[in-house]
Design a protein around this ligand. Sequence first.
Ligand code: TXA
Ligand code: MG
Length: 315
Amino acid sequence: MNTFLTTYPEIAAEYIKQGGIVAFPTETVYGLGANVFDETAVAKLFEAKRRPPDNPLIAHIAQIEQIKELTSAVNPAGQAFVRSFFPGPLSLVLPKSPRVPLIATAGLSTIGIRMPESKLAHEFLSACGVPVVAPSANLSGRPSPTTWRAVLEDLEGRIDCILQGDETEIGLESTVVDCSDDVPVLLRQGAISLEELRSVVPETKSFECTDVEAPRSPGQKHVHYKPKAEVVIVGLLNAGGGFKPDSAYIGVGEKGVAEGFLYSKVCGSVEEYAHSLYEFLRECDRKGIRTIYCQEVAEDGIGAAVMDRLRRAAA
Ligand code: TXA
Ligand code: MG
């Protein structure tokens, strides 16, 4: 198929209404969308990104009222999170409504729901008129796309349309919290930190996945976020430090530290590190770099999400 490029959200939404699959920007990463109630479109989406069928999808909404179309019940913790963080980079796992086809939830009785904040995502989702399931718009196992060009690189000819927006602001995927039980459980780190979640619901737990066969969040067991190059996590660089030739470096700090690398990026803050990481990994692959040194950061705020993605990329 030909992949149509457009900057108009209403045109991109037409493809969704006709059963197509469309990549669109959000404030976290680009997503690959399909009408949640259209089983054929959802099947096409799994096929296009070669996603394992046991990995469930997040449904994206434009209005708070659309939550009712997707879930049978929102408990008090879920309601508190909706009030505090919707729209924004948070996905809530809630009991699914019978209307939601099992293919979208990979057979689970729960569904992930998120209301993006970015203006273009909101305009697109409003024009679609239905909730839109959207995993990140990359081929399975590749770093999530933060630019429309990265989407094109992975999915050209495999999807109907790309809604072209700016580079995404946050650069890492949303925080995922399971609210299907009384006590909320953090399943995936993101821009909204555990500390922020606990400031709203103090009992919120962090899920440590020990059983690979029965992970609470199915996405956690699959290979994720991997560039072709080897990723090595390092502490602060010390001058002349025995690094492999043809290597790259990304970290936070003083500009001088990254001399001698073939390609490098020194960020001014952890937020900038999060924002730049996936595109940096992709650019390293384009340049044929074999080893990428990534600086370790403190695990507070979005630093926890950066370290989570680095460990997966390095695994
Ligand atoms: O920021 C984001 O969340 C982006 C943008 C496009 O919104 N989307 C995204 O989707 O990252 P994806 O499919 O790449 O990641 C969804 C994660 C996976 O780890 C999946 O296992 C988990 O959410 N998930 C989805 N539904 C779930 C459910 N019902 N129960 C537990 N985990 C769920
Ligand atoms: Mg993904």
